[in-house]
Design a protein around this ligand. Structure first.
Ligand SMILES: [Mg+2]
Length: 222
């Protein structure tokens, strides 16, 4: 873990990383993606789920597949799928405290929208002022794990990859970060699809509890 001592840029995925997948928040978004597809592509529910999963696998996100194949309006899509109840997301005092103590810059790097990220952060009562948010609009709608959003992120915040670490629940999204020189932390959850590629060299740390891992980082840096 010694390499953590040099880290000045702490980059976090949002969904299922800053809050656990057991909250089922992301599965609510997932359901709305399926109904969006049902309505806009005029298919039944089973077909919609198939399309949703196929596009996620082939294009990084469902949205990216919908843009490429059906020319849908991404803003309309994002507004629709993030129309959920966030109130059950609980405050995470420990995570808040550990993130606050980390030295350097903290950035959320999400395939979702800024509005969604802000709602999550505010409901978790994570201090909103701690983070810069780099969203799918900043990525010009090209999602992780394509390489270009990582390059845009680095450029926007003058990130030195060798002094940064990226935390994600989807292991394949760590690959470009690793290839660009970042340290990577895979946040483990129960969803099988998130485990794709988790045993490969691009995963430096396997993390069961993000707050606990950050506590270790803070102790090491002191
Ligand atoms: Mg995620």
């Amino acid at each position: 873990m010694d390499e953590i001592k040099n880290v000045k840029f702490w980059i976090f995925d949002l969904d299922n990383t800053l809050y656990p997948s057991s909250t089922n928040l992301f599965s609510r978004i997932d359901k709305l993606m399926a109904s969006f597809i049902t309505q806009h592509l005029n298919v039944n529910h089973e077909e919609a789920i198939q399309i949703k999963n196929d596009y996620f696998q082939k294009h990084g996100t469902t949205l990216n597949g919908l843009i490429k194949h059906h020319n849908i309006d991404p803003h309309h899509f994002l507004e629709f799928v993030h129309n959920i109840d966030y109130s059950f997301l609980n405050k995470n005092e420990k995570l808040n405290k550990e993130i606050k103590n980390l030295p350097g810059k903290k950035i959320i790097f999400t395939n979702g929208s800024k509005k969604h990220a802000k709602k999550v952060v505010s409901n978790l009562q994570l201090d909103e002022n701690l983070f810069s948010i780099f969203d799918i609009v900043d990525s010009d709608f090209v999602p992780k794990p394509e390489r270009s959003p990582y390059e845009r992120l680095i450029k926007k915040y003058d990130i030195i990859p060798e002094q940064s670490i990226f935390f994600e629940d989807i292991a394949r999204n760590l690959k470009p970060a690793h290839d660009l020189g970042m340290k990577t932390g895979w946040v483990i959850n129960e969803d099988n699809w998130a485990k794709e590629g988790h045993d490969e060299d691009h995963v430096h740390f396997k993390i069961k509890e993000l707050d606990h891992f950050l506590e270790q980082c803070n102790l090491l840096i002191k």
